[in-house]
Every structure is written in C-alpha cells, then in structure tokens.
Design a protein around this ligand. Structure first.
Ligand SMILES: [Zn+2]
Length: 236
C-alpha cells in the first residue's frame, strides 16, 4: 500500500503522467484549468489499483467495516503531511452519502467507515481538533444511475442537484472535508461540494482513498479476489 508519489495536479490531486508536466512548474489538470470542479482542493492516497483496490472492494462487498479504520489511517497520513488540511479550523468530516435504499441494501456506507477511521486517528493526535463523524449532514436525495461508461459531461448531469443539506446551520461558515473511497472524474464530489457551498460552507476540500483515472488503467488483478463482485462504486 504505497502512496502515490509521482506528479499530481496541484489543485485536485489527479496523478499525472510525466508528459503532462512539460514546461509547467505547478501542473494543473484540464478540469482544474477550466475551473470545472466544485471543491477547493483534493488529494488521494494513491491510484485505484493493486492491493489498495482489493482492500476497497473487500470493504464494500465483503462488509469488512474494520478495513475502514485502516483506510482512514492512510488518509490521516495524507492529512498530516499537507498544509491545506492542517490549516482548516475545526473542520467537519462529511462522507459522501449513499441513497438510503442503497445503504439499507449494503448495510453501511463505506465512505462513512473511512471517514470515521480518519476522524479517530486525527482525534488521537489532537483531541480538540475534530468532532466524531456524524451521518446525515449531507444526504443523497435520489438514487443515481451508474456513472461507469458515461462521459464526463454525462457524469456531471447524472449527479447534478442530487445532494442536499437538511440542516444548513451545521455547516454554515464551517470548513468541510468530503471523504470518499474512490474518486474518478470528481463529478460526485463536485456535486456534494456545490450543495455544501450553496448553504454557506466556507472551505470545501475533498480527500479520497484512491483515484481511478484512464491515464492509469486498473491492473485487472481479479486473481487476488475472484469472488468479489467488482460493481462500479457509482451505483449508489
Ligand atoms: Zn485537477
């Protein structure tokens, strides 16, 4: 479980292939150059492949909630090395919500499990910093179709306006960090960020365990876990 240490987009953390870096000291991906993402800043631990991908699949489909603690610890490592997260004032951790029907089916929200693991680590280091993660700050108002196979534009349309904040007082003027297991185009996290900002959240950062990007296709290592249904995570 090695963190990604190659080049990244300075804003959204997208791992970049080396040829994208020619002639630019601070690299930005095309989405960030065009200001298409709703959150202010994002980082991931590593690419969605290999042992990390297997762990995420076991968390989601093997109902191994304890894996959330381990993945949260990886995110704590990203957090404490990055001044953007360290500079937030009493940030609220907000896991990307599942639709209630999906959550009943799965039994738990994998992003909540990761966020709780992260919160515990951060509180152990600095007890006053972060409140325990609570669910329901952000809700998914309707189920969404699978994102897999959709163009970036269609992905944005698919998740536009599906998130809402039931009690805006809980996030107004607060710094928020959205937590997700896998980030792909950033469309889901953007939609979440837009909902939070529309009710007055101050800074909205994102932090995900893994990034799936066509620049670095998955290593289809099914042999490690042949019985796991590798259902696209976006069917939520
Ligand atoms: Zn970017």
């Amino acid at each position: 479980l090695e963190p990604w240490e190659g080049a990244i987009c300075a804003n959204c953390g997208l791992p970049l292939a080396a040829e994208h870096l020619e002639g630019s000291a601070t690299a930005l991906c095309s989405d960030c150059r065009l200001e298409r993402l709703g959150f202010d800043f994002a980082r991931v631990y590593a690419l969605y492949r290999g042992p990390l991908r297997q762990l995420i699949l076991r968390l989601k489909f093997g109902h191994r909630e304890r894996i959330g603690e381990r993945l949260g610890a990886l995110l704590a490592g990203v957090w404490v090395r990055n001044p953007r997260y360290l500079s937030l004032k009493s940030p609220v951790l907000v896991p990307v919500p599942l639709h209630p029907s999906r959550q009943r089916e799965r039994g738990f929200n994998q992003s909540f499990a990761v966020a709780r693991g992260l919160g515990r680590r951060l509180r152990a280091a600095s007890p006053d910093g972060i409140q325990p993660v609570s669910s329901g700050l952000l809700v998914r108002a309707r189920p969404t179709a699978p994102q897999t196979g959709l163009s970036i534009q269609k992905r944005r349309e698919n998740v536009k306006g599906v998130f809402s904040v039931p009690d805006p007082r809980r996030v107004r003027d607060r710094d928020v960090v959205l937590i997700d297991d896998v980030m792909t185009t950033g469309a889901t996290l953007s939609s979440c960020a837009n909902a939070l900002k529309s009710v007055g959240a101050r800074a909205v950062l994102a932090l995900a365990v893994a990034r799936s990007t066509p620049q670095f296709p998955d290593l289809k290592d099914h042999a490690v876990a042949p019985d796991i249904d590798d259902q696209p995570r976006e069917w939520t």
